[in-house]
Design a protein around this ligand. Structure first.
Ligand SMILES: Nc1nc2c(ncn2[C@@H]2O[C@H](COP(=O)(O)OP(=O)(O)OP(=O)(O)O)[C@@H](O)[C@H]2O)c(=O)[nH]1
Ligand SMILES: [Mg+2]
Ligand SMILES: [Zn+2]
Length: 358
């Protein structure tokens, strides 16, 4: 993180955050960007440099869902004098964009992955990891969070030109309009194009399965091995080399966020993301007979009509139905859980009142 930061704008700050700061920071505190979150302490960056900070007790008590805690890429209000070893964080500024997923397993909670990135680079390796359904799932969540998605296919040295072409054609046929890049960290083909794309002051978040080459790409952008990388088995199973998310400022002033590989990427409340990623289906849906048509078995459904006429790809349609159902189901469970949490909160409050009245 050798790059000297001249001002907050260099870290992605703009007028939008001025407004957010007005809502949560007092005059004595300064803003800083979260570069890493470790157990109990955070690494922050601002024009004073890199420094460590902790959450104030008050902030910890007032926040009860994990989404409210600062994550990589967040802007926070922090108090720190030159004598303090740690800064003290009082608040998290509103997020301009975010990337979050449903936590693994049964629970219905969001897990923040990163915040305030301009672009999310969805990385798939073309030798074993290429999967159109998973790509669509990522695209839904990225779009939902407000950042622009890019697709990056790695390890092109391990497949034939025909295989690569077929994958590119599949992406195009699925109606995916996000820019697609291809790259090999071995032959370095495609590297210059990636370097040309990353601009100063912008933040790029790299996501994808374990072993697809995320950290290798970032090392390539930095120009030296700042991140650990490891050889993976043929299928990429069972290993996670990167264990923490980290924001790195490149020599040219662009910022990149490395992430641990993701196995599961559950979606929650992603209607507008689904609408963007499946815009062809949504266009047809506006002509369905019923406004609440689920496009599965209703009469007068123009989506099913197009499917029967072979105008939309059956797999694309199946994935649309699956993601819509998953999003709706998770959203319903989430709403129920929040309701329960709230009534539990009220119960605690009345219990406390009763206690003090005695
Ligand atoms: N053949 C080939 N190997 C690559 C390429 N890119 C990365 N690798 C290798 O793939 C392995 C995994 O790369 P990493 O960069 O650690 O993968 P990662 O996505 O960061 O993995 P996690 O940190 O576990 O999420 C390493 O041995 C890399 O050297 C590539 O373009 N071609
Ligand atoms: Mg890694
Ligand atoms: Zn319909």
């Amino acid at each position: 993180m050798g790059k000297l930061i001249s001002n907050r704008e260099a870290l992605g700050w703009d007028g939008w955050f001025d407004e957010q700061a007005g809502l949560c920071c007092d005059l004595t505190s300064t803003a800083a960007r979260v570069a890493a979150v470790d157990r109990g302490q955070l690494l922050l960056l601002n024009e004073m440099g890199a420094f460590r900070a902790k959450l104030s007790g008050k902030y910890m008590f007032s926040s009860n869902v994990s989404e409210e805690y600062p994550c990589v890429g967040d802007w926070v209000c922090v108090d720190k004098t030159p004598d303090d070893e740690f800064g003290l964080i009082h608040g998290v500024l509103g997020r301009k964009t975010s990337l979050r997923r449903k936590t693994a397993g049964e629970s219905v909670e969001y897990q923040m992955i990163a915040a305030n990135m301009d672009f999310v680079i969805i990385v798939q390796s073309c030798n074993y990891d290429f999967n159109l359904k998973r790509l669509e799932r990522y695209l839904v969540m990225v779009t939902e969070g407000g950042a622009s998605p890019n697709v990056l296919l790695t390890k092109t040295d391990l497949v034939t030109a025909e295989e690569l072409d077929s994958q590119l054609a599949q992406i195009k046929d699925a109606g995916i309009t996000a820019p697609v890049l291809t790259l090999s960290n071995v032959t370095r083909e495609g590297h210059d194009e990636l370097i040309r794309i990353v601009s100063p002051g912008k933040t790029y978040c790299f996501v994808g399965s374990s072993g697809v080459g995320k950290s290798t790409i970032i090392n390539g952008l930095v120009g030296r091995d700042v991140l650990e990388t490891k050889v993976v088995s043929g299928t990429g199973e069972g290993r996670h080399t990167t264990v923490r998310r980290e924001l790195i400022v490149l020599e040219n002033g662009a910022m990149v966020i490395d992430n641990p590989g993701m196995r599961e990427f559950g979606i929650l409340n992603a209607e507008s993301g689904i609408e963007t990623s499946f815009s062809d289906i949504f266009r047809l849906a506006s002509q369905c007979r019923f406004r609440d048509c689920t496009h599965t078995n209703e009469p007068g459904c123009s989506v099913i009509k197009a499917l029967d006429a072979n105008e939309i790809d059956p797999e694309h349609y199946d994935n649309f139905v699956k993601l819509s159902k998953e999003s709706e189901f998770n959203q319903r469970s989430y709403a129920e859980k929040r309701k329960k949490d709230r009534s539990f909160g009220r119960f605690i409050k009345t219990a406390k009142k009763d206690l003090y009245r005695e």
